[in-house]
Design a protein around this ligand. Sequence first.
Ligand code: BGP
Length: 472
Amino acid sequence: MSFPKNFLWGGATAANQLEGGYNEGGRGLANVDVVPYGKERFLVSMGKRRMLDFEEGYYYPAQKGIDFYHHYKEDIAMFAKMGFKVFRMSLAWTRIFPNGDESEPNEEGLAFYDDVFAELKKYNIEPLVTITHFDMPIHLIKEYGGWKNRKLISFYKNLVTVLADRYKDVVKYWITFNEINMILHLPFMGAGLVFEEGENETEAKYKAVHNELVASAWATKILHEANPEAMVGCMVAAGNYYPYSCNPEDVWASMGKDRDNFGFIDVQSRGYYPSYLTKMLEREGIDVGMTEEDEQILREHTVDYISFSYYSSRCISTDPKNTETVGNAFKGTRNPYLKASDWGWAIDPLGLRITLNTLWDRYQKPLFIVENGLGAFDTLENDTVQDDYRIEYMKAHITEMEKAIREDGVNLLGYTSWGCIDLVSASTGEMSKRYGFIYVDRDDKGNGTFKRYEKKSFDWYRKVIASNGEEL
Ligand code: BGP
């Protein structure tokens, strides 16, 4: 086995899916709070159904999450027991700036994160901090229309300036935006966009994309100025598109689909818009509002590393008879060679090696797998879960990751599995789509005690980390 000595093993979470405490500590209301459980969730997430406040008759799982807000000490102790070297978490923007456009931050919100970081430090767990993971103050949507408005760049800069100042000696690893390419698929989650009747949606999305890219470059500058050692990364929902056949039409289609995702990291990593993206915007008649200052900031403040989530590969066919589509926010053709999870996500461990190699070839910057895992139904029996299926999934993916390092020479900083403790699913709002090594007693309707239990995978992962990936 060839994992470097300082390889960062750990787990990943996001504030809106685990913290809860939505109205505590002076926190403001966020877009993610008002995304309900149930069949309207997708419409709201996509900006097709306007829901900017809690409405009667809906259940909102983010309000309580898994109550990490009150359980963080216990949870971090469990992560430490597994031997985590790193913990990926995000900060709720609304804890720090409840409305987003204030000049002074909310001290109580910062104090909460001070405590979380102190607790991690106690166990020598390195925090890996996502500045925004699908969240933003609802006020910035109501008042400014979300990320399609350039003013958001300055509000985000204020947030990052506060974080840089306060946490420059505490946090080394940062991620500016979670899955930035999700703006194209779930624009309310990714950018606070709610579309008006007849609005040019593509234009709104790409304006939001541009503003987030510029904001991300500013964040890189601010964080580096505060601490030159800071490692600032971009983050993309990855997984290559395979052509369904060797028909060049399918190959070309897969290349186009991949570029929809790479376009973002091309800018964040290389410092300028790739020609295929500039040409597409020209064809569509979209002006993203690029200024000279934007060009300069993008060019001069590229990221230090590239992080990504990987759950599955995707597949695309141009033949209308292959219409069967699968997968979450990413639509595609079913790959007949692969099995899928209970939620239809194709399981493809080799696809992780392919993704690692693609990104490494393309950017030659260190990579970080910051999400990977299996969402599955678990049954709690005798205070534990026999989740061999999860162990099998992770074992297969870690094996491919090891080959990418040893045989292909990929530079990989670490691996944080998604939802290391069960939390609310981003796409469905379910609790029953579980990823964790730790079971949390909470169901899809909001019942349960929040009690935590170790699953079988808990001890398995502990051994993986203790042996630095030797024992799988
Ligand atoms: C990614 C998100 C996470 C997470 C994960 C699993 O897209 O960054 O927030 O939830 O996917 O997806 P889901 O929760 O929909 O199963």
